[in-house]
Write a protein that binds this ligand. Structure first.
Ligand code: ADP
Length: 223
């Protein structure tokens, strides 16, 4: 049976993105091989990662010597040098690495990566920009996670002191808005899967899942 504990990871490129992937995987108890062409970057991660090595990952021999094909997950975290990112991804897929996650610099870089078989392509700056725009654009959005083009999971605060306490049924969250409140945070306590008869109070934070247009409408009602 598949055991998560047995998974091992390699992170190629220890810039801000790759470095933070590496640190978080280690915090999650994973084995991580950290690779960078730059000695200084490798020194930073020598005490953090399971192993840290200096090497040019564009060189097939370097990847072979590291036994990269035996890794379950490899993250290519090279932003600036798009050519390196593409070539390394290609080599990893040719060598048969199962899960290759690559950071894309922009949409066209992403397109090429998907053509050559990258398993997951991430756009951290684009996605983080969108996320932050959502919460600076409206004062009651605390956090925002895009699930698809139309659907999101949003953390909304009920901040207006004049908001009248009502139950989820009375707010017609599901019947009128088609939304689901998956949790309510109240004074540091999480009420997960609240009953429809649960009250929404001023200063509550709601975790709402549904269509963006419906979330917009609910936001107005909570204001
Ligand atoms: P970020 O925006 O996340 O900081 P960068 O593109 O600035 O990302 O950093 C990429 C990292 O990848 C750098 O530390 C760089 O030394 C490393 N790198 C670039 N090319 C290679 C390569 N061919 N092999 C290994 N590491 C590389």
């Amino acid at each position: 049976k598949y055991r998560e504990e047995d998974e091992n990871y390699a992170v190629i490129g220890l810039g801000r993105f790759g470095g933070s992937i590496c640190e978080t995987l280690i915090d999650l108890g994973k084995e991580v091989l950290a690779i960078d062409i730059n000695e200084e970057r490798v020194n930073v991660y020598a005490n953090i990662a399971t192993h840290a090595v200096i090497g040019n990952s564009m060189d097939e021999n370097v990847l072979n010597n590291l036994g990269i094909r035996n890794f379950d997950h490899v993250v290519v975290a090279i932003g600036e040098d798009v050519e390196a990112s593409i070539l390394i991804t290609l080599l990893l897929k040719e060598m048969g690495v199962k899960h290759v996650t690559v950071k894309a610099q922009n949409e066209s870089h992403g397109k090429v990566l998907s053509k050559i078989g990258a398993d997951r392509i991430v756009f951290p700056e684009r996605d983080m920009g969108r996320r932050i725009a959502h919460y600076i654009a409206s004062r009651n959005v605390i956090d925002y996670l895009e699930l698809s083009h139309e659907y999101s999971l949003v953390e909304l605060s009920v901040a207006n002191p004049r908001f009248k306490e009502r139950t989820l049924i009375d707010l017609r969250v599901r019947s009128e808005y088609g939304l689901n409140v998956v949790a309510i945070r109240r004074a540091g306590v999480m009420i997960v899967n609240p009953e429809p008869t649960e009250y929404i109070k001023v200063n509550d934070t709601l975790m709402v899942i549904g269509a963006d247009t419906d979330i917009e409408r609910l936001k107005e009602k909570l204001d």
